[in-house]
Design a binder for this molecule. Structure first.
Ligand code: MLT
Ligand code: MN
Ligand code: ZN
Length: 310
């Protein structure tokens, strides 16, 4: 299985257009060593020919331009992107669907909650009906159903499992105050030929026994790297919301509760990679103390253009 990191940043990317925080200003001026990051999305392929997008970033046009694997190949109009799977209905994960409107009808895989959000609070799919349209593939993760195995016709070499995880519904969701099963999923993707697997979860609010089990069973984990600290937005003067308010587990634990690093320390995965990194996170600075901590734990930070082969 081939994995392309198209966008390793959180919503807003890095540096964020309107932000003068130490990281964003430091990156612009060259005062810190840190690379630009577009907004959250990866692509996976079993054969290197047909690709499945996991989330569709608002930066999708630039991301496709930068990756030859995703360029058109045959005929006048063409794309090797055969399907899109959505982890949630957040702006940074779904608005790239609009950027695919010039292409063929989009084969879209998502949960009932996400399809609902995208036809109500953020009715992108209604808009797309006037362009390429979308073919819905409902992932039955809702109510008591907390996981669903599925296949994607154009990616026969891969086996997918959608896993309900703790998170948050987006602010524009009709049920934003009560989290429902299917608002947020993680994906387990297994390469049928080699048996290798990826656990992908760019937004993960809490890690319980279940999540730890999946993280242990995977060869590579690509997980929520949004915040270093629970109160990072407040610390950096950027906002009042905590990491958990936003549905993210910070790398450092707080109030006696374990953080992402504790979970990764326990995980048996050969590769442990943080993704969806917010512009406030000190790990963006490659010379920072938190970055050295990650190095000492064998934890990588995803960057745009990173390629992983499993
Ligand atoms: C999040 O994951 O919380 C988002 O990046 C926020 C956003 O896109 O506005
Ligand atoms: Mn996000
Ligand atoms: Zn910033």
């Amino acid at each position: 299985m081939k994995i392309l990191v198209l966008g390793s940043g959180a919503g807003g990317g890095f540096p964020q257009w309107n932000c003068n925080c130490a990281n964003c200003a430091g990156q612009r001026s060259g005062r810190i060593r840190a690379s630009e990051r577009t907004q959250s999305s990866i692509a996976v392929s079993g054969d290197g020919e047909s690709w499945v997008l996991l989330n569709a970033s608002p930066d999708i046009g630039e991301q496709i331009r930068r990756h030859a694997q995703l360029h058109p190949r045959h005929g006048l109009r063409d794309t090797p992107i055969k399907a899109v799977v959505l982890m949630d209905a957040q702006i940074d994960h779904v608005t790239g669907l609009l950027g695919l409107r010039e292409g063929p009808c989009i084969d879209l895989y998502a949960t009932p909650c996400v399809f609902e959000d995208l036809t109500t609070g953020l009715p992108l799919l209604d808009v797309l009906q006037h362009y390429c349209g979308t073919r819905w593939h409902m992932l039955p993760v809702d109510g008591d159903r907390t996981s669903a195995e599925f296949e994607i016709e154009a990616a026969p070499g891969l086996r997918f499992t959608a896993l309900a995880i703790p998170g948050k519904a987006p602010p524009y969701s009709p049920h934003r105050r009560e989290q429902m099963t299917g608002d947020n999923i993680a994906l387990r993707i297994e390469d049928r030929a080699g048996g290798r697997s990826l656990f992908y979860s760019p937004g993960l609010a809490r890690i319980g026994e279940r999540e730890l089990g999946w993280m242990n069973a995977a060869d590579c984990v690509l997980v929520d790297g949004t915040f270093w600290n629970e109160d990072e937005m407040e610390r950096t003067g950027l906002g009042a919301k905590s990491a958990s308010d936003m549905g993210h587990l910070a790398q450092q634990g707080f109030a006696g509760r374990p953080g992402m690093l504790d979970a990764l320390r326990e995980s048996a995965a050969a590769r442990k990679v943080l993704i969806h990194v917010n512009n406030s996170n000190p790990i963006l600075d490659e010379d920072s103390a938190p970055r050295r901590t990650l190095d000492s734990l064998g934890i990588e930070v995803a960057h745009d253009g990173m390629e992983i082969c499993l």
